[in-house]
Design a protein around this ligand. Sequence first.
Ligand code: PAF
Length: 281
Amino acid sequence: MVLVTTQQELLSQLIPRQKNQKIGFVPTMGALHAGHLSLVSRAISENQKVVVSIFVNPTQFDNKEDLKKYPKTLEADINILSTISKDLVIFAPSVKDMYTKTVATKSYQFNGLDKVMEGAFRDDHFNGVGTIVEALLNLVQPDRAYFGEKDFQQLQIIKKMVELHKIPVEIIGCPIVRESSGLAMSSRNERLSKLVRKEASFIYKILEQAKVKFGTNSAKYVKDWVTAQFQTNAYLKLEYFEIADVRTLKSIDKKIKNKKYRAFIAVYADGIRLIDNIALN
Ligand code: PAF
């Protein structure tokens, strides 16, 4: 296990690049859980060298309070990573090192993928994600980079950015890992009270039922049904529920044969914002 904290040190681990050596990359913001470990394990199984970055990226937080409260647990993260491999390169730079002059966000064209759902509720969020992911991909120059489907919109946007900017990397989406209650794993879950964490399993239960209902009902029917379910829940406040085409992320009214759809949800629990999604067909 090698821990490096500057871009310079990271490059000294990666250059010279060995012939035929594939590099896998898992970008994270730390506070690692089993969801992250599934990405790292997949990267280990498919590449000869694996880099994991741990960096709480300030430019993707529209809410300064959320940034301040984001858990920073580097020591625990290193320990948890060492349980799956002793051979990783961990890159944990400072904000100053990553954003050399000022903390600035680039502006991207993501063909509208960034304007809906998370993008509609979190100002400039995806420009911040694009800025850091592009910088990290240019630095690490991996063959493959791994992202969780829990942030499905982020995954689609990163695929689009890589395509538009011709970045030579394969972007691999990995399935959502869930707690035994069904709640999607997230670093934010740690901030929920025991009671609300239990109640939050309602989100996935509703998504599963929405999937069944979508088989025989219209998107509008399912949306109204989900909205009504949350009105009866005292612990969870629904921010949005959308049924969208997986390719365009545009919300739909009517189903079209052979198109793939997914349901997306954002909910406030104890003032903490949780997101989840499910494939519908
Ligand atoms: O998904 C995340 O943890 C972050 O958005 C990412 C991709 C590491 C960029 O900061």
